[in-house]
Ligand binder design. Structure first.
Ligand code: ADP
Ligand code: XUL
Length: 595
């Protein structure tokens, strides 16, 4: 019997599962979609929109999705008896509220009956506030003023206050429903709620340390709950939150009897701490310090792995999601932009007949090909008020004076449309990518960037990411990826997987795969082998390379699960010289906005 590992992912719209081999090949996946598989809960995109910015989902929908998911796994005859370890990923920030009866209900589940028919009284609150909720502006102000403002809160908790973060959400719940708050025995994140259900041993499992960084409550460097903020919530907030799980690869329990009796799991199947969806994605890529991820989805997200703690009001600093209790701390930073694909699509529709081919052709005909091809146009498309820069809104386009010097914008001319309309595609892409280049450089410590300085001939050495992974819908566009390699001055990679004897772009679900890696790592440690997460993943990949006939020497990049899809060309040297120029233009746009 081949040992197997299972990862679950409770995201906004679905509950997914990935089954992995001992060497981390993805063997099978399946999913339950909330809107279509559980229509009785009447969600749209997995959520319900309430009043005053409230966005939530019914907690029993998640529980019932467990019933459906494991039924589906059974129908598909997954060999669950061979699963050695399991871990979960959950949408970040969202919280689950347990009643006083939770513990006894969880330890006495009847395997003949569905979870949905047993667990309803285990929750004190029938809803899970979703990360899209924006109802807590008042509470955010209170969080910030308690510790001395947004910069101070970022320093302590890794982020300034955000409406979706769990701390402000809990405070609002307590203010609006003090009785129900009082009746709540424990508060989980979605990730730790999944871990709790998987174990069903009566204990509400601790919140994972990396995921705790998305709460505005965890003192990241002190590694404890921030007392002044617990006091702000008041009434036993610390006891309700419980201990944080600081060993990401610890066995926190074994799969519950309900799963063993009903579906045939082995009672020895170990459960490892669940984590948030972004930390889980980070794990699926095994990002080393100075590597990054650019996700080009509805919104754009940049993740930067770093060995130093870099709290900044513009980004979110998270603890590394696969650290053992004695490993040296390391971190990653995340920057979220609202004006990603939708802004690019808007420009495409306005100027390029709704065609990515036409949009790409315009980019290819105008992009810099030599160090002397310095960009002199920029377009900031803040169609929605953005998160970074905070509240930036409006559209700002400039043409700068080519004689003004490398870093200067001179008398930049503001225009409504560029005289040559085909510049519009390049101008939006360059401005978005310069943004990712500039801000990821700020997060990177010089010591994080090994090898040659990126800008030997320039006065300022601007650190760069050593490798960038591209994901999300727009990562299908090779022109965008190639331009990204130039502006970020870094190789751009995609994950690949071995399908039908060929390496192809991976189409597995990154979050459930990332936590299955974590289960694999935790299981190895539970067998008495101290090994880091990165070393374990590398070892598994070496093993599978050997199985596929690669002997000796370094394994191919593809065996590492990576394919380089774009490399910086000559144009990169032109962009390298214009980072400060772009920063000056962004500054100008923001100052004109506030006039
Ligand atoms: P999410 O996961 O956030 O729902 P996706 O990662 O699926 O979104 O990305 C969807 C976006 O991808 C769309 O808004 C679309 O603009 C963009 N997209 C899809 N294909 C391309 C392409 N060939 N070029 C550029 N953008 C694309
Ligand atoms: C991150 C965020 C979302 C959620 C849901 O801060 O709010 O990415 O994690 O996916």
């Amino acid at each position: 019997m081949e040992p197997l590992y299972l990862g679950l992912d409770a995201s906004t719209q679905s509950l997914k599962a990935s089954l992995l081999s001992e060497n981390l090949d993805v063997r099978a996946e399946c999913a339950i979609h909330f809107d279509t598989d559980l229509p009785q809960y009447k969600t749209k995109g997995g959520v319900i929109f309430g009043e005053n910015g409230e966005v939530y989902s019914p907690v029993m929908m998640l529980v019932e999705a467990f019933d459906l998911l494991f039924d589906k796994i059974k129908q598909r005859k997954w060999d669950v008896a061979s699963i050695k370890g399991v871990a979960g990923s959950g949408q970040q920030h969202a919280s689950v509220y347990w009643s006083q009866q939770a513990s006894s209900l969880l330890s006495n589940l009847d395997p003949k009956t569905r979870l949905a028919d047993q667990l309803s009284p285990a929750f004190s609150r029938s809803i899970v506030p979703n990360w899209q909720d924006s109802s807590t502006s008042k509470e955010c102000q209170d969080f910030q003023s308690t510790v001395g403002g947004p910069v101070a809160l970022a320093k302590i908790t890794g982020s300034r206050a955000h409406e979706r973060f769990t701390g402000p959400q809990i405070l609002r719940f307590k203010r609006n429903h003090p009785e129900t708050y009082r009746e709540t025995s424990r508060i989980s994140l979605v990730s730790s709620a999944i871990t709790t259900i998987l174990c069903s041993d009566g204990e509400v499992k601790g919140i994972d340390e990396s995921d705790a960084c998305g709460m505005n409550l965890w003192n990241v460097q002190g590694r404890h709950w921030e007392q002044s903020l617990l006091d702000l919530i008041g009434e036993d907030a610390g006891a309700k939150l419980g201990e944080v799980e600081t060993d990401a690869g610890k066995v926190v329990g074994h799969i519950g009897k309900w799963f063993v009796d009903r579906y045939g799991f082995s009672p020895e199947c170990a459960v490892f701490p669940g984590t948030g969806d972004n930390p889980a994605t980070f794990l699926s890529l095994t990002l080393a310090p100075s590597e990054g991820l650019v996700s080009l989805g509805t919104s754009d997200v940049v993740l930067v792995s770093t060995s130093r703690y870099f709290p900044n009001p513009e980004s979110h600093a998270f603890f590394h999601p696969a650290r053992g209790a004695n490993d040296s701390p390391s971190y990653f930073n995340m920057i979220v932009y609202k004006n990603g694909s939708l802004a690019r699509q808007h420009v495409r529709d306005l100027y390029f007949d709704k065609s990515w081919d036409k949009f790409n052709a315009a980019v290819e005909s105008l992009r810099p090909q030599a160090v002397t091809d310095l960009p002199n146009k920029a377009a900031f498309w803040w169609l929605l008020p953005d998160i970074v820069p905070h509240n930036a809104h409006g559209v700002y386009k400039y043409i700068t004076d080519p004689s003004a010097g490398l870093f200067e914008i001179g008398a930049a001319q503001k225009v409504d449309t560029f005289p040559d309309v085909s510049s519009e595609a390049l101008a939006i892409l360059e401005s978005q990518l310069f943004n990712y280049r500039s801000r990821s450089s700020t997060i990177l410590d010089d010591s994080d960037t090994p090898g040659e300085p990126s800008t030997a001939s320039l006065p300022d050495n601007i650190p760069r990411l050593t490798r960038v992974y591209a994901t999300g819908g727009a990562s299908a566009n090779r022109t965008i990826l190639s331009l990204m390699a130039d502006v970020l001055s870094a190789k751009v990679c995609k994950n690949v997987e071995f399908y039908d004897n060929k390496w192809k772009d991976a189409d597995w679900n990154a979050c459930s795969v990332g936590v299955a890696y974590k289960a694999r790592w935790g299981y190895e440690r539970s067998q008495g082998r101290e090994i880091t997460f990165d070393d374990l993943v590398a070892q598994c990949r070496n093993n599978r390379a050997k199985l596929r006939g690669q002997e000796g020497g370094a394994i191919s990049l593809e065996e590492e699960g990576i394919r380089v899809v774009a490399e910086p060309g000559e144009g990169a040297r032109a962009y390298e010289r214009r980072v400060d120029w772009w920063r000056a233009l962004e500054h100008k746009a923001l100052s004109e906005m506030s006039k």
